[in-house]
Design a protein around this ligand. Sequence first.
Ligand code: BV8
Length: 248
Amino acid sequence: MRLEIPRELVKALNEAEKVAVLTGAGVSAESGVPTFRGKEGLWRRYSPQELATPEAFARDPQLVWEWYNWRRGLIAPLEPNPAHRFIARLEKEVPWFLLITQNIDGLHQKAGSVRMVELHGNIWKVRCTKEGTVKEDRRVPLPEIPPRCENCGALLRPHVVWFGEPLPVDALEGAMEAAENCDLFLVVGTSGVVYPAAALPQVARSHGALVVEIDPEETPLTSLATWSLQGKAGEVTRELARELGWEL
Ligand code: BV8
């Protein structure tokens, strides 16, 4: 069943000068990355709110690292899907663009996105808990759990933002500025429950931007949207690309 794309939306996308995009786990779902709301096998008895916290890591670094090691192993072979590729193409088509992602999987970069900020860090980076140094580490699986800093021997942690931790200041400032100045704000695959990321569509709306949501379900952000396209990101963006005459 072909999704109906409103003519005004196609016009708005063709005329947009400044575009910001906010993505969540849903944009990676069709690549095979489990969303936080989907309960995945081994880890279904834990919620991210329990494991993705500094307290959980202090209490049991082994358990937290087993969870991240499992996720790294799952994500490593995955490829971007048409939604990631649409967003990377949109970046090239508009004069001013910023992608704001909550995802830590690195699939946007793999699809060619460049002008982007990672609000919650990146699963492929590790940080020394003593020296604060950050390094890329793509070893799958990790040779030892929990991994240690080869320089000082202290525990390494995933370079991601846990619940209760502040977001990277430069990323959040860049995201806020983009939400305040864009004329079109596209939200793809987020349940809109995690703050401060979830506040960005409201900021864009209150500064006069058109807000477009792509999600198979209604979310707290749907009422904010000028257009809400209820469908899977890969399928909806394929339709949008067709309307725009883009080959993805
Ligand atoms: C902070 C990295 C302050 C780690 C993540 C009470 C009220 C309001 C706020 C709070 C509160 N209590 C606490 C807070 C703050 C808290 C928060 O918001 N909690 C929530 C749970 C209430 N926020 C924080 O703690 C943040 N920090 O506020 O710091 C501060 C300031 C100064 C000094 C000290 C402290 C930090 C939050 C970041 C947490 N880290 N990730 C890791 O991943 O391991 S969050 C993680 O979960 C993701 O990054 C993402 O942000 C979030 C999950 O959200 P989604 O991406 O939306 O994914 P979800 O599964 O929920 O939804 C998927 C969506 O996709 C759905 O809508 C679904 O329908 C859709 N979908 C499914 N399939 C598809 C699809 N869409 C399209 N196509 C498909 N095929």
